[in-house]
Design a binder for this molecule. Structure first.
Ligand code: PMP
Length: 360
């Protein structure tokens, strides 16, 4: 830390992103990307726009936002385009939380929420998930705080029903309720259909998962016109060109490729169910997932050991050190071939553990 670093950030612990290795070809099941590249038309749109890279992007993101509005059945003024949904989540902490209005979110959830709270000097409270790792929606009724819920939740993969989300929004009319739907396309139910009824509801989504554009950095926020106007105020006060022109062109084209993405999502869901069944057969506990990942543990191998041994064998998964979840690994669902290879390595590790324990 330099002597120049502001006191206000001295205690800040930054978010730790999943590993993005360049040293060897891993089977990469650690950051919930899509195993499928974007369709050719999206790649073409990104390439073509590259020829105009000397010009700034459209700060209003007009064409992209209009397409989002059409696809999601809202008005363009209810949409904000962002540089990955992390950006709109940060804006939400900036815009809707302060000393008098703290943030509240589950104890086990997306790790960036507590970082954004710290970054913005916002007090926050965490509410423990239930014993079975589900969110109890009743914990978020009348809370007098800005609510952040990932639905489905990460890293558990479990979801609240739309009815439960509605109860939360309804019971907190004087506070914003942010529903982070990064994984909603893999089996969840979107709260976008509630934004006209609840002016305090902000829904965020990403193009990083189901739309295969993690590297392009594109997310959206959808809510009431006034909430979105507040977020634009912050966007124009930080970086009006937050989404680059290649990404805007690719994102627009992605919204025209419904069938490609529906097929990709269907395949991921099939591979998820296949992997979940196989892991259960091997004695794993597998939380019920509505996402493109599984959160799993086994009494046969410690979570950290499984993560390390898989890495030695060329498979990357994600392990978290927080006490409640340190026995788990989070496994992104890849292609069938990747999942077959992953399961084979898991079986090898289980056999090795058995041998080691047998000889001790
Ligand atoms: N929310 C959740 C729950 C996530 O897991 C992620 C991805 N790590 C994000 C938001 C942010 O995604 P992105 O910034 O790539 O849109």
């Amino acid at each position: 830390m330099s002597k120049f670093f502001s006191d206000k950030y001295k205690e800040l612990t930054p978010y730790t992103p999943g590993e993005q290795p360049v040293d060897m070809q891993y089977i990469k099941l650690n950051t919930n990307e899509s195993p499928f590249p974007p369709p050719a038309s999206v790649v073409e749109a990104i390439k073509a726009e590259g020829a105009k890279a000397h010009l700034y992007s459209d700060p209003t993101c007009k064409k992209f936002v209009a397409k989002v509005a059409e696809v999601y059945g809202v008005k363009p003024t209810q949409v904000i385009a962002v540089n990955g949904s992390d950006e709109v989540l940060n804006f939400a902490f900036m815009a809707f939380c302060d000393k008098a209005t703290p943030a509240v979110f589950p104890d086990i959830t997306y790790g960036f929420y507590s970082v954004f709270a710290q970054l913005n000097g916002v007090p926050y409270k965490t509410i423990p998930l239930k014993e079975d790792f589900s969110v109890d929606y009743r914990d978020y009724l009348h809370v007098n705080a800005t609510v952040f819920i990932a639905n489905p939740n990460a890293p558990t993969g479990m979801q609240l029903s739309l009815d439960e989300i509605e109860q939360i929004a309804k019971s907190n009319p004087d506070n914003v309720v942010v529903i982070d739907e990064a994984y909603v396309d893999f089996g969840g139910e979107s709260a976008v259909k509630l934004v006209d009824a609840y002016e305090n509801l902000l829904v965020t989504q990403t193009f990083s998962k189901s739309r295969s554009l993690a590297g392009a950095r594109l997310g959206i926020g959808i809510g009431s016109e006034k909430l979105i106007a507040d977020l634009h105020t912050l966007r124009y006060s930080t970086n009006p060109y937050n989404v680059n022109r290649m990404t805007l062109a690719g994102g627009y084209q992605a919204l025209c490729e419904t069938e490609y993405y529906q097929n990709a999502v269907r395949t991921v869901v099939e591979n998820r169910e296949y992997t979940a069944a196989a892991l259960k057969n091997l004695g794993f506990d597998v939380l019920p997932s509505k996402t493109n990942f599984l959160f799993v543990k086994t009494p046969l191998v410690a979570g950290e050991t499984l993560y390390k041994k898989l890495k030695e064998k060329g498979v990357l998964v994600r392990h978290f050190t927080a006490d409640r979840i340190k026995e788990f690994c989070r496994v992104t669902i890849g292609s069938k071939a990747q999942m077959v290879a992953f399961l084979q390595k898991v079986e090898e590790i289980l056999a090795e553990e058995k041998n080691e324990k047998g000889t001790n």
